[in-house]
Design a protein around this ligand. Structure first.
Ligand SMILES: NC(=O)C1=CN([C@@H]2O[C@H](COP(=O)(O)OP(=O)(O)OC[C@H]3O[C@@H](n4cnc5c(N)ncnc54)[C@H](O)[C@@H]3O)[C@@H](O)[C@H]2O)C=CC1
Ligand SMILES: O=C(O)/C=C\C(=O)CC(=O)O
Length: 345
């Protein structure tokens, strides 16, 4: 994977990346909100642009993916450029998964999806994820200027989504010394940048550090297996329609408080990166102090949904440092529903 990282790169580097890959007919995909940036990238491709499709939606519903594949085939595209947040990149990945078309990612949030071979699709109220080398972008074009417009609330929650990748990578069964260093530095970079960009959203230095943090944290997710925290967020997003980054932000302190007794080294690394004595509490403070939602109730989950969500999250098989029991997950979810400071159980 090649990575270009510089201000203005979205419109000055994407065409060159396509050329290096030998691509001549690129479909540009985005969400409706990101259509202006995507149009600018499409224009910068000149005759190598085969079309612009603005149908991306969060959690990539299968019908949305199927429509985008149709559009790519009708345009006779030989590659795809995803411009936007994790939803646009997720749609690009869905096209790559079905057609094998190479993908170039131009991220505008801190989701980290651009650095992973992980795809996600939602069907019949359930989110499925998988890994496939064909969906890993061949090239990432990081342009901090593209993120200047990301509203502060979304910057904060998207930043915590990235931090969550690093946290789970630290205790994943396939972690490594290299990943541990990358994860700790990713948390440090992101946690340092978020207060600065919340204070001044147009601070290009802070935006660059946050985007670099997203790259580090996303690379950790790409290299390791997700645990309870990500699985819980996928249940809450896929089945209950909760917004992705906000859900990660609310759940992460409680998921880490649950896992910390079984993963003390991981919790210590996160605490070091946050320069705080207790990692779950520091994460809860970081996001809350910057105005992020603190409870699942605020995100619209109903108390009656907690038991169903706990059953779904506990009923799947995935590695986690601490045994995942329905009662344990229900207690975690109840704490996240209420939003008080996390306590270790
Ligand atoms: N496969 C993977 O490795 C990963 C996938 N994801 C997926 O990504 C999706 C969530 O992605 P997010 O980036 O959190 O949200 P998103 O891509 O849905 O964007 C959220 C909102 O922010 C707007 N937006 C994006 N960039 C902007 C900018 N620079 N300025 C102004 N507005 C902007 C979008 O138009 C949208 O309305 C989920 O479906 C999630 O599952 C997230 C992380 C990793
Ligand atoms: O939905 C996906 O594309 C798969 C993975 C993620 O969303 C990772 C995350 O939960 O941030």
């Amino acid at each position: 994977m090649r990575v270009v990282f510089r201000p203005g790169a979205a419109t000055t580097a994407t065409a060159g990346e396509a050329q290096r890959l030998g691509l001549r007919r690129l479909l540009v995909v985005s969400g409706t909100h990101g259509a202006d940036s995507a149009q600018a990238v499409a224009d910068s491709l000149g005759p190598a642009c085969a079309g612009l499709h603005t149908g991306a939606r969060m959690h990539v519903p299968v019908e949305v993916a199927a429509r985008a594949v149709e559009v790519a085939r009708a345009a006779d595209a030989d590659g795809c450029v995803a411009v936007g947040g994790g939803s646009a990149i997720g749609l690009g990945k869905a096209i790559a998964l079905r057609t094998g078309l190479p993908l170039i990612a131009v991220p505008s949030t801190y989701s980290g999806s651009e650095a992973t071979p992980v795809w996600g699709l939602t069907e019949h109220g359930a989110k499925r994820t998988g890994r496939d080398p064909s969906v890993l972008p061949r090239s990432i074009v990081y342009d901090p200027e593209l993120t200047l417009s990301l509203p502060v609330p979304l910057s904060v929650t998207s930043g915590v989504n990235a931090i969550a990748h690093a946290v789970e990578a630290l205790y994943a069964p396939d972690t490594s010394p290299l990943i541990a260093l990358t994860a700790e530095e990713g948390v440090r970079a992101m946690a340092g940048a978020l207060p600065q960009l919340a204070d001044d959203p147009r601070n290009l230095g802070a935006r660059s550090r946050a985007l670099c943090g997203a790259w580090l944290c996303g690379s950790c997710l790409g290299a390791t297996t997700m645990g309870l925290h990500h699985k819980l967020c996928h249940v809450l997003g896929g089945t209950f329609g909760l917004p992705h980054a906000e859900t990660h932000t609310v759940v992460l302190p409680y998921a880490l408080a649950y896992n910390a007794p079984a993963a003390p080294e991981a919790a210590a690394a996160v605490a070091r990166a946050l320069d705080a004595p207790d990692a779950p509490t520091a994460l809860w403070r970081l996001a809350g102090d910057l105005g992020a939602p603190r409870s699942l109730a605020e995100l619209g989950l109903k108390e009656a949904d907690l038991a169903v969500a706990a059953e779904q999250a506990a009923g799947q098989a995935y590695p986690n440092p601490r045994e995942v029991t329905a009662d344990g997950v229900l207690a975690l979810l109840r704490a996240a529903f209420e939003g008080a400071a996390p306590e270790r159980s």
